[in-house]
Design a protein around this ligand. Structure first.
Ligand code: FES
Length: 104
């Protein structure tokens, strides 16, 4: 499946992502600026914060309790479409997904 990250620094970055990979891992693998993934995906850093493009939020799944708590301490402001991308798994339903990377 393909994912596009919108970044201020490098514009749009589109990459092929393997099913089952987290979208934080995919961003790091593709050098997407602004997605750090410092904690490796264990929900303790919030450096994988992204904004999900309109129309895609429901398909990215539910925000669980710990993610919800971490979204309150992100460097960039939390918005209704905020997600931690280590908690979004690449699935065929997400093919074409667009994520905006906040400016920290
Ligand atoms: Fe640390 Fe997502 S990588 S919370």
């Amino acid at each position: 499946m393909r994912v596009t990250w919108k970044t201020t620094e490098r514009g749009e970055i589109t990459a092929e992502v393997a099913e089952g990979q987290s979208l934080m891992e995919a961003a790091v693998a593709n050098d997407v600026p602004g997605v750090i993934g410092e904690c490796g995906g264990c929900l303790s850093c919030a450096t994988c914060h992204v904004y999900v493009a309109p129309g895609w939020l429901e398909r990215t799944g539910r925000v669980e309790e710990f993610e919800d708590a971490m979204l309150d301490v992100t460097a960039a402001e939390r918005r209704p479409n905020s997600r931690l991308s280590c908690q979004i798994e690449a699935t065929p339903e997400l093919d074409g997904l667009v994520l905006e990377v906040p400016d920290a």
